[in-house]
Design a protein around this ligand. Structure first.
Ligand SMILES: Cc1cc2nc3c(=O)[nH]c(=O)nc-3n(C[C@H](O)[C@H](O)[C@H](O)COP(=O)(O)OP(=O)(O)OC[C@H]3O[C@@H](n4cnc5c(N)ncnc54)[C@H](O)[C@@H]3O)c2cc1C
Length: 473
């Protein structure tokens, strides 16, 4: 005989399909009471707040279509769950696991609180393909380098089956004391004008995530291997915010791509490996829990970073005078997303040419990205600034002119986000300061007037970065 009620605590798993905790609860209890707690102590960026509000609205609607009610709370989960334990009758409490140090610490305390109340508490993996403690090298330690890590993961994933909703999920229509409306979370009261612009580009929610994956497989997945590095094309999936908020299961993405007969093996493998980087980031964060704020390689604690608010501000606003950098930073502010290749270019420029601490970049991205994620973002910044575990070597300093010419060869990406350069001939689109005066006159464009001169000299700052690097070696 099934117990009557169990509680599922939604966190970064804002979906009903392929949700291991919901599936497991439904096998054990007659009705699932769904709750969401906006944890006021957890770090969240401005744009993520906007996405979260839309995503919870959509989940709440979906649950009501299934005959249930999502109970929303705001505050400290420990206190809220303690009061739910006192007031409601239920036999089981369940969630899908998270892997950042703040969540691990919080969830450990909550697990013990629930067990003390003699209520069964379980947790599941609904967020990653492989949990960080599962993948070990021959000596029993964790991997610090992606390629061997992924080789090992891939074997494990292939042998795992996608958990599907084979049981009917019956949501309870119970209203718990002190639950609130989504609007009361006040997630989007600030920055309304800015968020309106971002809104045009995205459709949060589980149903939209499913549609996006289907369309991606149908239309674009076969261009991934060749096209994924081109910011002027639209060949990546843009699934990252949906994956971050758990609106779609990474297992489903993996299996749907893997099992599609029309996608060729090259594109499949490249895409799945990129999905693997998401897991790898959490593998690193789990084993280096301080990596959100501290370099994995200790020697970078002594690195002579420069303090320069003026340069940081120009970088954030996308007015550095380096077209591909400015295009990326403006794409980010306008749409809440930036192409992966350009994330690397702007990251290299910030930490190597401007010599500003990678943490400034991490924080700005975290506030402005729709896919802001503690794991992938800190791993991305440590990688590009050279201080991570499997990092791009510090001395590999991207030349933004050559990067632009290679990955945005016609300048379409720059022209889209830096309209001041719209009429500049392709030959100078990535280096307008090198355009002869006579051409500047022809095109009615004056460097320093219509568009800024470069904020720093690329050659000199490259040399400066290499010298700074020598001081810690
Ligand atoms: C400095 C820096 C910061 C970054 N910050 C974030 C972040 O906060 N959140 C985030 O999700 N990604 C981050 N990335 C990784 C990557 O840029 C994005 O995941 C990718 O651009 C998302 O676009 P997409 O969904 O079209 O990717 P696709 O190319 O379609 O890839 C499919 C999925 O694989 C995962 N993925 C792809 N590349 C990476 C990668 N290098 N690292 C981790 N996961 C990856 C994402 O979940 C992505 O949705 C960062 C990269 C850098 C260099």
């Amino acid at each position: 005989m099934k117990a009557k009620f169990g509680i599922h605590w939604f966190r970064q798993d804002l979906r009903i399909e392929n949700n291991p905790s919901l599936i497991s609860l439904s096998e054990k209890v007659q009705q699932v009471i769904p709750i969401y707690i906006f944890d006021t102590n957890q770090r969240i960026g401005s744009v993520s707040k906007w996405w979260l509000e839309k995503s919870i609205s959509s989940l709440s609607l979906n649950i009501s279509k299934h005959g249930g009610k999502l109970n929303i709370f705001m505050g400290q989960p420990e206190k809220i769950i303690s009061s739910i334990i006192k007031e409601e009758k239920f036999d089981l409490f369940s969630w899908n696991r998270l892997y950042d140090p703040y969540s691990i610490n919080r969830d450990t305390k909550i697990k013990s609180l629930i067990s003390t109340a003699k209520i069964e508490c379980e947790s599941h993996n609904g967020y990653l393909l492989n949990e960080p403690w599962n993948i070990k090298n021959k000596s029993g330690s964790f991997f610090k380098v992606f390629t061997p890590y992924w080789r090992n993961c891939d074997q494990v994933i292939k042998s795992n089956k996608l958990k599907k909703n084979n049981v009917k999920i019956c949501f309870a229509k119970i209203k718990i004391n002190k639950e609130i409306n989504i609007e009361e979370l006040n997630l989007t009261t600030n920055n309304k004008k800015w968020l309106k612009k971002i809104e045009k580009n995205w459709h949060p929610g589980e149903i939209n995530a499913q549609k996006k994956l289907k369309l991606y497989i149908l239309d674009k997945a076969n261009n991934y291997s060749n096209g994924r590095d081109r910011p002027d094309k639209d060949f990546t999936s843009k699934l990252s915010p949906h994956l971050h908020f758990g609106e779609i299961s990474p297992f489903q993405v993996y299996h749907d791509i893997q099992n599609d007969k029309k996608i060729n093996i090259l594109n499949k493998n490249k895409f799945l490996a990129e999905l693997g980087w998401r897991d790898f980031s959490y593998n690193l964060l789990y084993h280096y829990p301080t990596m959100i704020s501290k370099p994995i390689q200790n020697k970078f604690n002594k690195f002579p970073w420069i303090k320069n608010n003026k340069h940081l501000n120009l970088w954030q606003k996308g007015i550095t005078g380096i077209p591909i950098v400015d295009a990326g930073m403006r794409q980010l502010y306008k749409t809440g997303w930036m192409h992966n290749r350009v994330r690397m270019i702007v990251g290299s420029f910030l930490t190597k040419n401007l010599l500003l601490h990678w943490k400034h970049g991490e924080e700005w991205f975290f506030d402005t990205l729709v896919d802001a994620d503690v794991g992938s973002n800190s791993a991305g910044w440590q990688w590009i600034s050279g201080c991570g575990a499997d990092a791009s070597p510090y001395f590999r300093i991207f030349n933004p002119i050559l990067q632009g010419q290679k990955f945005d060869p016609n300048g379409d990406y720059v022209r889209e986000f830096v309209p001041e350069l719209k009429k500049i001939p392709t030959k100078y689109i990535h280096n307008p300061w090198q355009m002869p005066l006579i051409d500047q006159e022809t095109y009615k464009f004056k460097i320093g007037e219509n568009y800024p001169s470069p904020v720093v000299d690329l050659k000199e700052t490259r040399e400066r970065a290499l010298s700074a690097f020598k001081t810690i070696n």
